[in-house]
Ligand binder design. Structure first.
Ligand code: NAG
Ligand code: NAG
Ligand code: NAG
Length: 250
């Protein structure tokens, strides 16, 4: 309860303060304030400073995004509704082979080692990932339903398509970072387990290099030959991927 109010207080001070709430955006807060300015601003930032040379119409991307979400009820926005928006966005070409990084339940690690991981390319480095990172929307500025309460949550559907596009582009050696300090490090219901893994193309991917990282202070629950990571390796083998797996602490 305290936590809820903590976030709610800062809600009114705008987006920057919202970032202090850890983890995924909180559905009970409703659509991120100033979302239009954030989306259009990040879009210009991306095509001007991050990936100069991309030619995209940022106002049109917003228009397609709004069109996808506004027409629908808050629990009925499907992947398909975003197709025009993704069509208006650039894919990076050529894809940065050998640098793709997939992560699941290792957000803390990825965010604390941003500098060390700079070499890698994550979903948040794609145009869609960059623009919508940490945002919440459902076009009710008061409150949005939880992901789990919806058949087709507008936020979930967008990330589903963005993750699929990202995984389909993957090539060369790819790296998968899993959290060995929790049970089900590899979870079939996670975005990696349910969307990205199935979208990887064995003809374009040379090696899937899995790294299981555990917290320094433990616990050590899963590893390359223990727990759900074994299931992941099994799936990779069936689909004909070459793979390696290493256990290491932070
Ligand atoms: C969900 O959207 C589809 C079309 O996108 C529409 O046919 C259907 O009636 C909608 N369902 C609800 C419950 O709003
Ligand atoms: C693993 O998950 C736990 C529990 O969610 C989290 O506290 C920890 O920071 C994660 N470890 C890494 C390496 O991200
Ligand atoms: C790809 O991974 C394999 C296995 O880890 C390694 O032998 C190879 O050198 C890697 N290739 C590149 C280009 O990093």
């Amino acid at each position: 309860m305290y936590f809820f109010f903590f976030c709610l207080c800062f809600h009114f001070k705008g987006f920057i303060m919202l970032l202090h709430c850890p983890g995924r955006p909180h559905a009970e807060l409703g659509t991120t304030p100033n979302i239009k300015h954030i989306v259009v601003g990040r879009c210009y930032n991306y095509i001007t400073l991050i990936n100069p040379g991309l030619r995209c119409d940022c106002e049109n991307i917003w228009k397609q995004f709004e069109g996808a979400v506004v027409r629908q009820s808050p629990c009925n926005v499907t992947v398909k509704d975003y197709h025009l928006m993704f069509y208006a966005m650039a894919q990076t070409w050529p894809p940065p082979c050998n640098r793709f990084l997939f992560w699941s339940k290792t957000r803390t690690l990825v965010h604390s080692y941003v500098a060390a991981l700079r070499h890698f390319w994550t979903l948040e480095d794609t145009m869609a990932g960059y623009i919508f990172n940490d945002l919440m929307w459902c076009f009710d500025f008061g409150s949005c339903p939880e992901w789990s309460a919806c058949k087709h949550h507008p936020v979930y559907s967008l990330w589903q398509q963005a993750s699929q596009n990202f995984a389909e582009m993957a090539c060369g050696n790819i790296t998968v970072l899993l959290n060995g300090s929790i049970a089900n490090a590899f979870n079939r219901k996670s975005m990696f387990g349910s969307v990205e893994l199935d979208s990887l193309n064995p003809c374009n991917v040379d090696y899937v290099n899995i790294k299981v990282v555990t917290n320094l202070e433990g616990p050590l629950i899963e590893s390359c030959n223990q727990g759900s990571v074994v299931d992941l390796i099994h799936i990779l083998q069936i689909r004909g991927f070459r793979w390696t797996c290493t256990d290491n602490d932070q």
